[in-house]
Design a binder for this molecule. Structure first.
Ligand SMILES: [Zn+2]
Ligand SMILES: [Zn+2]
Length: 623
């Protein structure tokens, strides 16, 4: 008998590799090691140490951590995340750990080390551990409304024990670290600090030498000695599920961790995700009621049938003039041009009759295509609702809006900022100009320039582009943006929404400062059409060399998925360049397991006919 360690690596391969533990070594699961793989000593995570009789195994090369960085409970949680997201245990581990100390960093980015060059003997991937009985922890809390972040700080100040705040991006983490430092010793667990500082912060939190910390999703598994509080800021943000492992929204990781460990979980959101709101309504999350905060006057200007040669309606022009005269700031929200079609007369959006989301419009193909079910139809001549003849993908881009504002208000300081598309030095210059401007024309990301109540006027030039997005979350995203804009306007200021859909429930909810009104209708729509939180979605992407091979493989995968019980699979849809085909699937809570079973025949080493990638619970529609 020899002592054997099973190790997983940061690579898209699902199984672990077995190595001999050299005599005299002490190795435990949850510890990182270096072990030979594909001719190099790679960093991997030990997931099991056992007695075995396998012959000819290579020995481990070196210990990376002096002691385990993941407890048994945490390793089980990582196993659950990997199983739920159909990703490799090794990549999930790597994404949720601080970088190893200097000089020990490496990442495997090549294709899976299948077949030929196996270092250790492959073993089946570690199965997800069964969920343990609920720990004695309080119900998670969802904080909404004005002052929610202040309430988080008060809570961390008055509750003993460790506190970890997870924010969506490095900029927000820096801000939170400063706030936390006013309460107690606070450390940072994100890429805004050096690797060594991050690793030290992880240890400081575990040992209790630091009480508070802020980090991004890579800090989600930081050990927190009880009693502990875990806070997820802006739980509705799509940025909490960026591409790459762990391929799960931070909200889902946090909720699962809170169910396995005795820690208090606090979520915050101005406009919760439909998923979180539904949990709160079902009694799974506490959502303390709050008095509504100050709110600006919200008006919705109906732009149906108005010839849109000019992006500013008379009421908006007047409001800009008055706001500038009062020496207050104006923010005009613009959106990227959408790729769907709507009627300029009545505002009706051309939607897929099956899926109720906007058809995507392809000028080249002169067709409308549904990005869920793949259904398509030729361009309609007239609007089905009003028989109007102006169906266009029309919208206002930032540049044209800026031009119109300059023409009318030549003396104002005007700046345009789209943080998503201008980065680097040019982005910085734009940001600086916007920070000093009287009128800022910008996309969603530019909202971060303004604190609560900082604006005299905010206006949406044509938010219909958001509502028309070919995504079932279009309503939720529109609400989130309009609500966030309203929060940044002073109580005696105004929010103007120019829309061809003035009666949309997202706008009515903002106008009346009534979130419940929005979610009642949104959840009804989600339930009727079988969207989350009532059904789970996954997108299976297939790619195999030439378009013809991809088509054949996608058809085979599609057939296998359609043959699976309790799983809905729509026909494959080709991307614009016909290199990837995507299959949208729907199922219940056990969707990941059903997909795993149905795709097994394509994932075996001998079935290497192409790349099959599964995105479970997608937040950005990947088309
Ligand atoms: Zn119409
Ligand atoms: Zn459809």
């Amino acid at each position: 008998m020899t002592l054997i360690a099973d190790v997983v690596f940061d690579a898209p391969v699902r199984h672990s590799f077995s190595y001999r533990v050299p005599d005299g070594w002490t190795v435990r699961s949850g510890q990182r090691v270096r072990a030979p793989l594909r001719g190099a000593a790679r960093i991997g995570m030990v997931v099991a140490v056992r007695d075995g009789a396998e012959e000819g195994l290579k020995p481990l090369a070196r210990l990376v951590d002096a002691e385990p960085v993941l407890s048994k409970t945490q390793l089980d949680l990582v196993g659950w995340i990997a199983a739920q997201s159909l990703s490799s245990l090794g990549s999930t581990c790597a994404a949720l750990l601080p970088p190893p100390v200097s000089g020990e960093r490496d990442v495997i980015t090549e294709s899976p080390p299948a077949g030929a060059d196996r270092a250790g003997a492959p073993k089946p991937a570690v199965a997800a551990a069964p969920k343990p009985a609920l720990a004695a922890a309080p119900k998670p809390a969802l904080l909404i409304g004005a002052g929610r972040e202040k309430r988080v700080l008060e809570r961390l100040e008055t509750t003993p024990g460790a506190g970890l705040v997870i924010a969506a991006d490095v900029e927000a983490v820096a801000r939170w670290a400063q706030r936390l430092a006013k309460i107690d010793r606070a450390v940072r667990l994100d890429s805004g600090v050096s690797d060594d500082e991050r690793a030290a912060a992880w240890r400081a939190l575990r040992d209790g030498s630091a009480r508070l910390a802020a980090g991004t999703r890579s800090a989600l598994l930081t050990p927190l000695p009880a009693p502990a509080t875990l806070v997820l800021i802006d739980e509705h943000e799509a940025a909490h599920k960026p591409p790459g492992a762990p391929r799960m929204h931070s909200r889902d990781v946090a909720l699962e961790r809170a169910a396995r460990e005795p820690l208090a979980l606090v979520l915050t959101a101005a406009t919760p995700s439909a998923e979180a709101w539904w949990r709160a309504e079902s009694g799974l999350i506490d959502m303390p009621a709050r008095e509504p905060g100050a709110w600006p006057v919200v008006s919705v200007a109906d732009t149906r049938g108005i010839l849109r040669r000019e992006p500013l309606t008379p009421p908006l022009s007047r409001a800009i003039r008055e706001t500038l005269a009062a020496k207050r700031r104006v923010f005009l929200v613009v959106s990227r041009l959408s790729s769907s079609l709507a009627c300029d007369e009545c505002g009706a959006v051309v939607r897929c009759p099956e899926c109720a989301i906007a058809f995507a419009y392809s000028r080249a193909a002169a067709r409308l295509v549904c990005r869920v079910c793949g259904g398509s139809q030729p361009l309609p001549e007239t609007c089905a609702a009003c028989h109007g003849r102006r169906l266009t993908p029309f919208g206002w881009g930032a540049e044209r809006v800026e031009h119109a504002v300059r023409r009318r208000f030549p003396d104002a300081r005007i700046a345009r900022w789209d943080p998503e598309s201008s980065r680097g030095a040019r982005g910085e210059a734009q940001r600086a100009a916007a920070a000093a401007a009287d009128v800022v024309i910008g996309t969603r990301g530019a909202l971060r320039l303004f604190g609560p109540g900082a604006l005299g006027l905010a206006a949406f030039v044509a938010p219909d582009q958001l509502l028309r997005a070919p995504d079932f979350r279009a309503g939720e995203r529109t609400l989130a943006l309009a609500w966030a804009a309203a929060e940044r306007v002073a109580a005696d200021g105004a929010l103007i929404i120019q829309s061809q859909n003035p009666g949309h429930y997202a706008f009515e909810a903002v106008a009346r400062q009534n979130l419940g009104e929005f979610y009642r209708q949104e959840l009804e729509f989600r339930a009727d059409l079988g969207y989350p939180p009532f059904r789970r979605l996954a997108v299976v992407s297939v790619q195999a060399g030439q378009p013809e091979e991809t088509r054949r493989l996608a058809d085979a995968v599609g057939a296998a998925l359609r043959g699976a019980k309790a799983l809905t699979a729509y026909p494959p849809i080709a991307d614009r360049r016909d290199r990837v085909r995507r299959i949208v699937t729907k199922g219940g809570a056990d969707l990941p397991r059903l997909l795993d079973d149905a795709l097994r025949e394509f994932k075996s080493p001998s079935g290497g006919r192409g790349i099959i990638d599964v995105e479970v619970d997608p937040v950005e529609w990947p088309f």
